[in-house]
Design a protein around this ligand. Structure first.
Ligand code: B12
Length: 497
């Protein structure tokens, strides 16, 4: 059978620009790798085809003429996903369509009773490898749809939802597809070629804004060290890529495991390996020896979710008191030469302008290398969504396209949605200004740092700064928002084609 698996083209400006972070999708690459032999599988990350989406899709579909297309979408990408499905159906009407990923997992019941249900043949909820493998077999009459766990299929035109399956034994999964079966290329972080891999799945923390609970429950499973090394070998030797983004939600839940992995990586003596990971402040702040090993193993940046330093907000987000922990975590990371991307979330129900300023000032004083700021988003089925709905704080409950982490969909007791969006933008400009690379960044950031400091930043200051002096903050804000609003407005490929 000919199968195409696709991830969506929608992107937000990560760190500084919408083109800075273009990574492959680990989910579809793992699904494709784990079907049984005898099928032609193709992996396509549409983030790399954003500019020529319609033409690319047409050529791809007409050339391959797949029998099955699988699409992966987060909540905010679902609208684009549906547009693409319409187009696929028009070009290859006989094709079967399966969707999976976060939106299908969270919203399968709503999708099943929506007007789009007719466009979709199957949904896979949760971890997909085993259900997808069996679905492919069932389409060749080698398995039965009604026996496949976590699958939603149609019977008499209506979706039937099979019970969810057990979590998978990760030691049985093959490494993701990164060879010629992956038709898109050019994945990068800023100017470095980059690939993604996993060392674990799940997280036992209970952050109320996170969607992961519905994917894995509050569990944490790890891949065997040999598999982690096989993944690195594939990326390092076969793809000659040195930069790896480890997609684990929280790499450091088991510090002893991290030390074992680091020792194994150090023993392999990969030259120039650069690993980027996500971790929690508390584990980092309490495990200096682990951080030292992480640095020796090539870990260069850590994303730390600080979220908010206002005490009242930490109660809402279930983060515990991480103010001291975050200070200590940044200090330890810097001591071992690891850069910190620090995540902040604005828009908790009690936030006012003073809280926004306080949080930015805290972040500046923290000396984290890059601030990553989001606005509290009421993702479907999260605990925080229900709390915010109950308090009447969600101003956009259903236009999920705006659920991208940077658009305000809530208000607070002190700020209307538009004010919140504006003040988060304004104080970022005022407090951080044109980003100043930290001391560590200057010493480790390579050629990109002088390029930013001496070429790009002066240029931007001159052009944007001049425009702003003339037009004022509000006009510049409106220009930025217009850019954001248009970023993922793809031409509906099903229209006029
Ligand atoms: C790594 C990661 C990123 C990376 C991107 C990596 C990449 N390749 O693009 C970065 C840091 C850039 C990122 C950014 C964002 N992310 Co993010 N990210 C993750 C994270 C931590 C891991 C994703 C991953 O690779 N998992 C491993 C793979 C194997 O699992 P998977 O993708 O879930 O796929 C499995 C199943 O879902 C299923 N499946 C998936 N697709 C399909 C398709 C079919 C056909 C089938 C059958 C099955 C199936 O089977 C797969 C294999 O088991 C998740 C949280 C998590 N731990 O899952 C958040 C997560 C996906 N991100 C999220 C969000 C919101 C974002 C942002 C919008 C905002 C933000 N947080 O910054 C941006 C948008 C980025 C953009 N495109 O512009 C949310 C999505 C919530 C939602 N309800 O939609 C999550 C769940 C985090 C959360 N806390 O809730 N992210």
């Amino acid at each position: 059978m000919k199968i195409i698996l696709m991830s969506m083209p929608d992107v937000i400006p990560m760190i500084m620009h919408a083109s800075a972070f273009h990574l492959s999708n680990c989910g579809i690459a793992s699904l494709g790798a784990n079907i049984d032999a005898g099928h032609d599988i193709f992996i396509v990350d549409l983030i790399r085809k954003r500019r020529h989406l319609t033409g690319y899709l047409r050529r791809l579909l007409l050339k391959i003429r797949p029998q099955l297309v699988g699409l992966s979408a987060m909540t905010w990408q679902y609208e684009t996903c549906i547009k693409i499905i319409r187009f696929i159906r028009r070009l290859v009407p006989e094709v079967k369509i399966v969707i999976g990923g976060y939106h299908a997992t969270l919203m399968y019941e709503q999708i099943a009773s929506s007007s789009e249900a007719g466009l979709i043949d199957f949904m896979v909820r949760g971890e997909g490898e085993e259900s997808f493998r069996r679905l492919v077999n069932a389409l060749e009459d080698k398995d039965r749809l009604e026996d496949i766990p976590s699958l939603s299929y149609k019977d008499g035109g209506q979706f039937v939802h099979n019970p969810r399956g057990e979590l998978l034994d990760l030691s049985r999964l093959k490494i993701p597809i990164r060879d010629k079966r992956r038709l898109t290329s050019g994945y990068h972080i800023v100017t470095s070629k980059a690939e993604v891999m996993e060392t674990s799945r799940g997280c036992t923390r209970t952050c109320s804004f996170c969607s992961m609970n519905h994917m894995y429950g509050p569990t944490f499973r790890t891949f065997p060290i040999e598999r982690v090394l096989a993944d690195i070998d594939d990326i390092y030797y076969n793809l000659k890529t040195r930069m790896i983004f480890i997609v684990d939600d929280n790499l450091v839940l088991d510090p002893q495991r991290v030390i074992h992995i680091c020792d194994a990586i150090i023993a392999r003596n990969y030259k120039g390996l650069k690993l980027n990971v996500q971790a929690d402040c508390v584990s980092i702040s309490r495990n200096e020896e682990m951080v030292r090993k992480m640095s020796l193993a090539g870990m260069k940046t850590i994303f730390l979710g600080i979220e908010s330093v206002s005490r009242k907000n930490l109660v809402v987000s279930h983060k515990g008191d991480i103010v001291e922990a975050s200070r200590k975590a940044v200090q330890i990371c810097h001591k071992y030469g690891i850069m910190v991307i620090a995540g902040l979330i604005f828009g908790f129900p009690d936030d006012d302008e003073a809280d926004i300023i306080e949080n930015y000032k805290f972040m500046k004083a923290l000396d984290a290398d890059i601030p990553y700021c989001q606005i509290l988003t009421p993702y479907p089925k999260t605990e925080v969504r229900q709390q915010l709905l109950d308090q009447g704080m969600v101003t956009n409950p259903y236009d999920y396209k705006r659920y991208n982490g940077i658009s305000a969909n809530v208000k607070t007791r002190h700020l209307e949605t538009e004010q919140l969006q504006y003040l988060v933008w304004l104080h970022r400009q005022k407090i951080f200004g044109w980003w100043e690379p930290s001391k560590l960044f200057r010493s480790k950031g390579g050629l990109w740092v002088p390029f930013w400091t001496y070429v790009l930043r002066p240029l931007l200051k001159l052009t944007v700064g001049r425009r702003q002096a003339k037009q004022g903050w509000e006009e510049r804000y409106r220009t930025d928002m217009k850019y954001l609003a248009g970023l993922n407005e793809f031409h509906d490929p099903a229209k006029n084609n």
